[in-house]
Design a protein around this ligand. Structure first.
Ligand code: SAH
Ligand code: SF4
Length: 406
């Protein structure tokens, strides 16, 4: 995490060791380690210096290209070495606490993570898979909760517990690929991994819980695995980081990772954006737009996506549309209109469909691609932060019932 944006109370833990139930020992997860960290781990396990690089790439390939789910599956290593590794290490995925499958094929997992300290409640995050005709998108989380309080976002009402480790970020991709069967056939000699054309998950978006730019260091380690051609093998053009506008970190993210950028814009003047996306008070639109103009590698085929949530009577007039076109002038941009996904206790309403279309037509006519994001998985509450809150509510009511019964 960059020093500029370190937040009080937000720790950026090293990959933490996991307590393995039934054993009195902590095992380190090999998933999400950088190549150097992986070599260090193998060194600690007694692997000789001259074998380190080879063992590292055997494990890397088994994990990320072939999708091994247990150390015993890494058949390129000797039985003895597998047993030695298994004493200290694991490649366990995060634990699923709930899986929901929508009628439209969207799948959502609520994942239980290891508590930082023994005896604490296990924190939970969400990962969502959205299949479409020509692609499959995996939406992953970067933090548990979020410190920013965007007024229309449910995650913003949840208190931030901590940043996710690189293991937990990569773990979401690994788990989703396990669940939907997105690995090469284990018997086939396919050490290159699943070819792009055969993949179910073709795109990764950092649009789940949390603000990714407040967790840049862990994200960098995780994304280096995601876009490594010998690792998970997603092209940088198919990974999109969405930020609410942490201006000082935008250029750094571009230089260090070079993935696609999405900006949660939602308003075209400071007064309204201060209210909807309060980080705007710290980094107002002028600074944000400059950071966008400076984002490395932009051109007509590599544009910034501007996300714009459609809130009835708040930001959906044609004056707003005109303001949007003016604001984005000169920036290679596409605009993603998101119908507001309502949640209990929030006073906003989604704009009428006819208004969304009028808005979209206006910006289309101005020359911008402006797809309207189709609401997906509403029957399983696939919007930002909602499943987790629902499950917390269920648990709270179960607790109350149990208490009353006593
Ligand atoms: N924190 C980052 C990424 C996670 S949010 C960010 O803010 O960009 C991903 C996207 O979902 C953001 O554009 C966010 O503004 C939007 N979003 C949040 N709550 C929403 C809701 N209830 N309806 C529609 N979009 C929402
Ligand atoms: Fe956090 Fe993004 Fe939600 Fe804003 S929209 S509260 S930055 S998760």
């Amino acid at each position: 995490m960059g020093s500029v944006e370190t937040r009080p109370g937000v720790s950026s833990p090293e990959p933490h060791d996991k307590m393995v139930l039934g054993q009195n020992s902590y095992k380190k997860n090999l998933m999400g380690l950088s190549p150097d960290q992986l070599e260090d781990a193998l060194r600690q396990c007694g692997i000789k210096e001259k074998q380190l690089r080879m063992r590292r790439s055997q494990i890397w390939n088994a994990l990320y290209a072939r999708g091994a789910t247990g150390l015993q599956d890494i058949v390129t290593l000797s039985k003895d070495l597998r047993a030695r590794l298994a004493k200290d290490f694991t490649i366990d995925r995060p634990e699923i606490s709930q899986e929901l499958i929508s009628g439209d094929g969207t799948r959502k997992w609520l994942l239980k993570l290891a508590p930082e300290r023994e005896g604490e409640n296990a924190p939970e995050i969400e990962t969502v898979y959205i299949p479409e005709e020509t692609r499959g998108t995996l939406c992953i989380s970067s933090q548990i909760g979020c410190t920013l309080n965007c007024s229309f976002c449910h995650t913003g009402t949840q208190k931030l517990v901590r940043n996710l480790t690189a293991e937990e970020i990569v773990g979401q991709i690994m788990l989703a690929r396990d669940q939907i069967g997105d690995w090469p056939n284990q018997e086939a000699d396919n050490s290159e991994g699943l070819p792009e054309a055969e993949r179910k998950i073709t795109n990764i978006v950092l649009m789940g819980m949390g603000e990714p730019l407040y967790n840049l260091e862990n994200l960098k380690t995780a994304m280096a695995i995601a876009y490594d051609s010998a690792g998970l093998g997603y092209s940088k053009r198919r990974i999109t980081l969405s930020t609410s506008g942490v201006v000082p970190m935008i250029g750094k993210a571009g230089a260090d990772m070079g993935v696609m950028l999405a900006i949660s814009l939602h308003a075209v003047h400071d007064e309204l954006r201060d209210e909807l996306v309060p980080i705007n008070k710290k980094y107002p639109l002028k600074q944000l737009m400059q950071a966008c103009r400076d984002y490395p590698g932009l051109n007509n085929s590599r544009r910034i996506t501007f996300e714009y949530v459609m809130l009835k009577g708040v930001n959906d007039s044609l004056t707003d549309a005109r303001g949007l076109v003016k604001l984005l002038k000169g920036i290679p941009a596409k605009i993603n209109l998101i119908p507001f996904n309502p949640w209990p206790g929030n006073h906003y309403e989604c704009s009428d469909w006819a208004q969304i279309e009028k808005f979209a037509d206006f910006i289309n006519d101005a020359g911008y691609a402006s797809p309207i994001r189709r609401p997906r998985g509403r029957d399983i509450m696939a919007a930002c932060g909602q499943l987790k809150s629902q499950s917390e509510k269920i648990r709270a009511s179960e607790r109350r019932k149990a208490k009353n019964a006593q």
